[in-house]
Design a protein around this ligand. Sequence first.
Ligand code: F6R
Length: 592
Amino acid sequence: MCGIIGYLSRTKGVSKKIIHNLKKLEYRGYDSSGICLLKNNKFLVKKSVGEIANLEQKLNYDDDCVCGIAHTRWATHGKVNLKNTHPHLCPNKTWAVVHNGIIENYLELTKLLQDKNIKLKSDTDTEIIPALMEICEEKNNMDKLKYVTGLLSGSFAICLLNKNENALYVARRHSPLYIAKNQDSCMVSSDPVTFGEDYTTYFPLPDDCFARVDLDTMLVYNKNFEKITLAPCEIGSFEKSAELGKYSYYAEKEISEIPKVVEQILLNYKTVDHFKKLNKQFFKNIKKIKLIGCGTAYHACLMGEKFIQKDARIEAQAYIASEFRYSHPLISNDTLCIFVSQSGETADTLLSLELAKKMGAKTLALVNVPYSSIARSADITLPLCAGMEVAVMSTKAYNAMLTVLKMLSLHLRQLNKNNVDEDLKVLNNVDYFKNIDKIDEISDLVLKSEKVFFIGRVEDYVTSLEAGLKLKEITYINCVSLPSGELKHGTLSLVDNKSLVFVIATDENLLSKNLASASEIKARGGKIVLVTNLDVKRQEEIDYLYKFDKISSSLSSILSVIPFQVLAYKTCIKLGYSPDKPRNLAKSVTVE
Ligand code: F6R
């Protein structure tokens, strides 16, 4: 959440480069944005509310500066307005800061500043940071940074400028921050995706560390104030894979990539034996599996729970990460905790991982962003191979999660037999978008209805949850997802002739039960859209039949969600909203 850029160059005119790269971080927050350039020991600040394009209009790019910081904001403390937009300066304008995260004790620290007669201008938790730097009595700037970050509790990635130096001061706790350097420039960023054009390597700043970077040196300290050396990471194809190409929106592009992503997973797992360490020895004492994630990744966990219990007959349970941490989980060394995350930076998932490790669990992560904190922290990581996902609404990463979870559950069923890919090979030969044009008509039905429901059983119930989340997230249409069998235990009272109910059915054995639920809805005047890949003989209850391609029921969920991803997208476009940047949201939720 929020995007940070810090940039130093031997060549003047840095604002263009800074904004160009800040735009690559816009998916992390787009409430407002700002830039601070350093010129003749003075800060030049420009801010704008809304997308970065608005900020761009205020810049003419003819600055002769060599140094600057910038930020794209997802508001946490303080309304979306210019006053609260970063960068923030201290009263005597010596320090400027951009910040990602939440300073939990900022009210306490604000009091401390008030006692020293320091007046703050914004409602943010961030502004205290440069103000504390100003009043700090330490002589050396690194000592000041150490002292001030020591006062902060919560999460932060910060990048500071001092008006008297062409240098970037950075620090982080729980929020990611990366540094890249070459002969001519250096850049600090909250996502290495900004480094691809100018650098070949970068350095992830470790948790609780801080650094001073200039064009010639990089001084890094750990929390004990010992100097440390960072290991460089190569910039790979992932960091370079965010081009929009011929598409109008990332959401459209990313949905279209689903078949390629699944193919890529099968190929990658065939070439590299990612399951090697997940052998009999690893599972010797494992009695139960917990799967933990948030939002769409949580839905993947729910699906994983069903896969593992059915295929491998091991007790499995999915948890929402923000709930898991506070529900006194029963974990010991007989527990395997599986963390699922596209970004690998989701704060609740990351903190759950730390908790599970502390409590002695074995940890496995399924992560898309290879350099992320979760990928680096789990005992074993299985890559999702989906390429960079930019749209806030997660699509292809979800299909990737299901594919890898299915591989895992089959692997657990036949530990050490090693021919999992045989079962999944059929995924290379299905039509992922069969009948997809019909979604256009169905989206008109959605727009005409007052109430929308998604129902299904077992795996199809999980798909109904994900279908509902997609629709809510980018169309702002309120809808309800629930297991078909639960309808008559309360929610059926909502159903009337203004209701549209999507019934998802991919399991032959449960088809008649799902059709019975459809009859109950029909009897109350509701309209039914049946989404299935089964042969349906009895069609009286159905107003609209949407059929996707046939595939064994154990793999259906990888396909059955696609019509709903497309439905959300099409409906969103018809309503004139942005499918990539839904209101109030941002990708990569790095705050609790
Ligand atoms: C919904 C969506 C979110 C994320 C959730 C977890 O479309 O994208 O619900 O799934 O914020 O994010 P990751 O997977 O990055 O941990």
